[in-house]
Design a protein around this ligand. Structure first.
Ligand code: NAI
Length: 255
């Protein structure tokens, strides 16, 4: 797996999974441009500060990105302990807006990887809603749809990760056939990053204690980063339209 001569954009680059993904891809030769609302703590080839919850800020960020991008890793995200509107904007609507704009600058053979979550595993239970949301044509139309059909507050984070999975799976083949660009999701289980505590708060101690026996341990963020890098690389050139669990076997325990 090598990224020599490749330009990669990584969102959420200033912490956790995004930081480890950027570091790994740079080590493998990529020119990495990071996007985050916070300053990065690692060496990058470029950095754009942006609040990915705001469409105008995303458009400004896009204007500062290179004309040629070989891979986009959409890693920025917020937990369900922040206001629902922010969860919708960052974890789905902003990500989708950035992706649809940036793929215009991507050549055949490029790749997009979105970070979903093991918590998005029940996407099929709400498929009609997610299909309808996926089909909204813009950031604003998505916000309006969510006002008309408000998701349940107690599973808002899960709902938005489900929405991301359904959008990825339903759009990926069209994008692949028309443009030769692969689009996939990586679905981590619990990962040791600064927001892990927020997930415990979001799910409740009882729920977390009950589920804990399903896996050996939470992942380290480099264990997610290596899979994101793989899916961005030519080594994964036959893979498109998947939501790949990287959860230490968690998803297999729900069968
Ligand atoms: P993190 O908190 O370490 O990193 C998230 C990054 O996103 C931060 O650098 C933050 O500044 C950035 N970000 C958040 N909101 C932003 C905004 N409005 N504009 C620009 N940047 C923004 O968290 P982690 O764990 O690395 O999360 C990465 C992704 O992984 C997220 O999408 C999260 O939902 C997902 N995930 C995390 C899991 C975990 O247990 N840590 C489990 C499953 C999924």
């Amino acid at each position: 797996m090598t990224f020599h001569g490749k330009t990669v954009v990584v969102t959420g680059v200033s912490s956790g999974i995004g930081a480890d993904t950027a570091k790994l891809m740079r080590l493998q030769g990529a020119r990495v441009i990071g996007i985050d609302r916070n300053s990065p703590t690692l060496s990058l080839d470029g950095f754009v500060r942006a609040d990915l919850s705001e469409k105008a800020a995303i458009d400004d960020a896009i204007a500062m990105l290179p004309d040629h991008v070989d891979a986009l890793a959409n890693i920025a995200g917020v937990p369900g302990t922040v206001p629902a509107d922010t969860v919708a904007r960052v974890n789905f609507l902003g990500l989708r807006h950035l992706t649809l704009k940036l793929i215009e600058r991507m050549p055949e053979g490029a790749a997009v990887v979105n970070i979903s979550s093991a918590l998005g595993r029940q996407w099929a239970d709400r498929l009609p809603e997610h299909r309808a949301l996926a089909e909204t044509p813009s950031f604003e139309a998505g916000l309006a749809w969510l006002t008309d059909y408000p998701p349940p507050q107690d599973t808002y984070y899960q709902y938005m990760k489900e929405a991301l999975i359904v959008w990825t799976l339903t759009q990926s083949q069209k994008i692949y056939l028309e443009r030769g660009i692969r689009v996939n999701c990586v679905a981590p289980g619990a990962v040791f990053t600064p927001i892990l505590g927020n997930f415990v708060q979001m799910l409740g101690q009882d729920h977390v204690a009950k589920e804990a026996g399903r896996v050996k341990r939470p992942a380290f963020s480099d264990e997610i980063a290596s899979v994101v890098a793989f899916l961005c690389s030519d080594a994964a050139r036959g893979i498109s339209g998947v939501n790949l669990p990287v959860d230490g076997g968690l998803s297999s325990t729900y069968i």
